[in-house]
Structure formats: structure tokens, C-alpha cells
Write a protein that binds this ligand. Sequence first.
Ligand code: DER
Length: 231
Amino acid sequence: SSPAALKRLAALEALKEVRSGMKLGLGTGSTAIELVRALGEMVAGGLDVVGVPTSERTAELARSLSIPLSTLDETPELDIAIDGADEIGPDLALVKGGGGALLREKITASAARRFVVIADETKMVDCLGRFPLPIEVVPFGLTVTLRQIREVAGALGLTGNLEMRAGAGGGHYVTDGGHFIVDAHFGRIPRPGELGPALAAVPGVVEHGLFLGMADIAYVAGSTGVQIVRT
Ligand code: DER
């Protein structure tokens, strides 16, 4: 079946956890689009939930489907956050940020009692790093931040091109939070538990796309059905 069909399958499996009365974190990206569309059908059928979107574009889609929305400030305790991933590695270590929403996604996932990942099987890897690692950085002092990212990664034996993500208008991509994104082509990251904290310590780094120890479960759709992956 098609990639979109697999994404929808994973989303439908995750939605089996959803009950009326729940407060849900709604992820960003093409798999999350399938989630929001399917959730819209359930809301139309009478499901009574509130969604907290992780990006403006998820908010727009949810609004268009009449899914009741709130903000994380109004609804600081979420039952379940459901989101996609660019890579799912050992111990459900994730690389996220391909869709440019990693900061709000990580804050929202951290606010939820349960964090559920939905993906097609192409996202499963035995070692993170095939996908370039998104790093959200402050525009101020960008050159210094890039140099410091190179330094801390180099200290861990990781080198590779740091590529500024381009925006539609030709300049740098700007996140909902007003920051830039660097895509770090480090290659294989055998010890993400070391790299994450090292990147977070760089003053100009707002957040990075390594989601470690956060996901409770992943619903991974493949040609033979949906595989449930737990830590
Ligand atoms: O930006 C993100 O973190 C997205 O969730 C991304 O990781 C997955 O996007 P996809 O579902 O379009 O592959």
C-alpha cells in the first residue's frame, strides 16, 4: 500500500487509545496530517476531545476539521501526544524536526502523560543519523553557534556539513518560534545520549531533534500490518 495509506494505518492504530474527554497533543508532518484527518472524522462522529497543535499548520488543518483546539498554556496537562518521527531507533530514540516544528513538538510531548509515535516502516533504523539531525538555533550570533555545534560534535567524533534550512522566500527557514533550523549531516550517531546534552549546552541552540527517553510506544505501519514497538 502507498506511503499515505501506511501513515493512515499507523494513525488509526494510535487513535484506538483516544477516548472522549481526553486532551491531545497533535503532531506535525505528513503522518500527523493523517492523524488529524482521522481524528476529524471521529470528532464529526461525536468524539469529545480537545487538541493542542504543535504547529500553525496543524492548527489550521485541525480548525478546518472542527476539532476543538486549545493552547498548551490553557491546557498544560495532556493525556496523550501523538506525533510522527523522521527516525525511530533503539529504545525508541527518535530523530524529529523534518517538518520544522521540533521545539513545540518536544515541549508538547513533554507535557503529555503519554507520548505516542506514528510512522511507516521506512522510519525504523538500527542506528540514528541517516536522517540529518535538525537543530533549532537562535538567529543572534549564528556563526558562533555553528562553530560551537561543530566543536561539541567533533569532541564526540561526529563531523559533517551543517546546512541552514532554506525558507520558501529564499532566506533561512524561520520556525513558528522565530528561530532558524540547521540540518546536521553527522551520519551515524551511535551514542545519541551523549550528543543530545552536548548540543543542548550550546547557548545558541534552542532545541535539537533527538527525542530520547520520551516516547512510550510507536505504531509502525508496514506491508504486513502495524507493528507495536515499545521500549
Ligand atoms: O517535524 C517532525 O518532527 C515530523 O513529525 C517528522 O518528524 C515526521 O514527518 P513525516 O510524518 O512527514 O515523515
